[in-house]
Ligand binder design. Structure first.
Ligand SMILES: Cc1cc2nc3c(=O)[nH]c(=O)nc-3n(C[C@H](O)[C@H](O)[C@H](O)COP(=O)(O)OP(=O)(O)OC[C@H]3O[C@@H](n4cnc5c(N)ncnc54)[C@H](O)[C@@H]3O)c2cc1C
Length: 415
């Protein structure tokens, strides 16, 4: 039996712990915080089968200047974060080259297909529809330049990726979601197979309780450092304690960067913060509604409607920008055609890669040190499959071809 430390009790660390325990390993989960309290708490709750196109593309580069110039833009870059973003930035440009984009997209399509199936199985094992809604989702368009034929072409692209998707007229959208403001609505993409969580925190808690019930050890401590042992394996300093293990899986989100830096390894994984607000006495929605140009979703959850999204490249610990919360509320007012009252505000950190693929694999030169982060906008969707891939990797199994593309070596080799 191999002793494996899993660092981080977000949805990724929990799913990795589950997979490793199911394979008979002795798992020590290490996190000073209760499970699921990071980005895994505040997300939009979608098992996002539609997310088959990486952000780095020529289309994004063409749209970027206009996006950054909008007064109500959903993307912001803190100038003080630019030095950290340099390595990410040029790799983003390279990833946008059509041949590279096509390769990353092909890998992402396969990853998403397997990940959605794995995540659905996890949800059904843990609690079924007690945990999720299965009403699909809408991505609405309010841009007057968008014709029905453009929407149909967008839907066809998704169908070509194997994703069920229909282009809907404004009338069809209102039939599904009568509380959306009809003025200005041009139509929507409808993804009927999407599941969305009733409460993302409940998923992490449910999984954690299941694992604890089966005997998982949780060290409530922060991993301070990790040192390779001469005879193989790793010595960890967690809080004031030391622990020797055979393998380590780093699932601590953006904090992985600091831990890796101590070992002389730097990866272009950056902090891309997102925000959410919960609406008080909200209008009712039957399914998540995304607004494409503004990069957010309004998701009906147990405690009300959560409006979550936007993108802010900045230090993870920077004070929140309150304007982002009021911006989300303004978009809510436009979406529903009446002012919305905000009950709760939240900001959290996504850990994002330039090519839109997560980093899953062993760190070159550090046997037994495995990374599982860089999930960007998709960590919830990809968590169960990340667990499966890490399990296969540790047990020396042949992995699907796309998994090679997730290795950290893609950022560390000569260029
Ligand atoms: C606004 C927003 C909306 C989103 N919507 C979606 C969505 O609809 N669908 C989707 O698939 N994804 C979505 N995401 C992305 C998703 O939430 C994340 O990718 C996912 O939660 C990442 O999980 P994680 O376990 O890697 O990280 P986290 O949940 O952040 O967990 C990291 C854990 O590591 C612990 N940790 C940190 N440092 C240490 C240390 N030194 N020692 C021990 N433990 C440590 C932390 O305490 C934390 O518990 C969204 C994200 C945001 C911000």
């Amino acid at each position: 039996m191999t002793t494996i430390a899993v660092i981080g009790a977000g949805i990724v660390g929990l799913a990795v712990s589950r997979s490793l325990r199911a394979r008979g390993h002795d798992v020590r989960l290490i996190d000073p915080e209760p499970p699921g309290g990071g980005a895994s708490f505040g997300n939009a709750g979608l098992i996002a089968n539609y997310a088959t196109a990486p952000m780095a593309s020529l289309q994004t580069l063409r749209q970027m200047p206009a996006m950054l110039a909008q007064p109500d833009r959903s993307i912001a870059i803190d100038p003080r974060y630019m030095p950290t973003l340099a390595g990410f930035g040029w790799r983003f440009l390279r990833a946008a080259i059509p041949a590279n984009f096509a390769r990353h997209k092909a890998d992402l399509v396969q990853l998403i297909r397997e990940a959605v199936a794995a995540q659905h199985t996890l949800l059904d094992t843990l609690g079924g529809e007690r945990l999720y809604h299965a009403n699909g989702c809408l991505q609405i368009v309010r841009d007057s330049r968008c014709q029905a034929s453009t929407l149909e072409a967008m839907a066809a692209t998704k169908r070509a990726d194997g994703i069920a998707c229909e282009a809907l007229s404004p009338g069809e959208v209102r039939e599904l979601e009568p509380e959306l403001k009809s003025k200005g609505l041009r139509g929507a993409l409808y993804f009927p197979e999407i599941r969305s969580l009733r409460d993302p925190l409940s998923l992490s808690q449910c999984l954690y309780q299941r694992l604890r019930g089966e005997g998982l050890t949780h060290m409530v401590a922060r991993l301070e450092s990790l040192t390779p042992l001469k005879e193989g394996g790793w010595r960890l300093k967690a809080g004031e304690s030391y622990l020797d293990v055979d393998r380590v899986v780093l699932c601590a989100g953006i904090a992985n960067n600091g831990l890796l830096k101590e070992l002389g390894t730097r990866l272009p994984v950056v902090s891309e913060r997102g925000y959410h607000i919960m609406l008080k006495t909200p209008p009712s929605l039957n399914r998540p509604v995304g607004w494409l140009t503004h990069h957010f979703y309004a998701t009906p959850m147990q405690e009300g409607i959560r409006m979550a999204g936007t993108t802010e490249f900045c230090r993870p610990d920077k004070a929140p920008n309150a304007r982002r919360w009021s911006q989300l509320a303004d978009w809510g007012t436009t979406l529903f055609g009446r002012s919305v009252e905000v009950e709760q505000e939240w900001v959290g950190v996504r850990h994002s890669t330039p090519d839109g693929l997560p980093v899953i694999g062993e760190v070159p030169g550090h046997p037994g040190l495995i990374l599982a982060y860089g999930h960007g906008h998709l960590g919830l969707t990809l968590s169960a499959q990340t667990g499966r891939l890490v399990g296969g990797l540790i047990d020396g199994e042949a992995l699907p071809e796309y998994a090679q593309a997730l290795s950290p070596t893609r950022f560390l080799g000569p260029h």
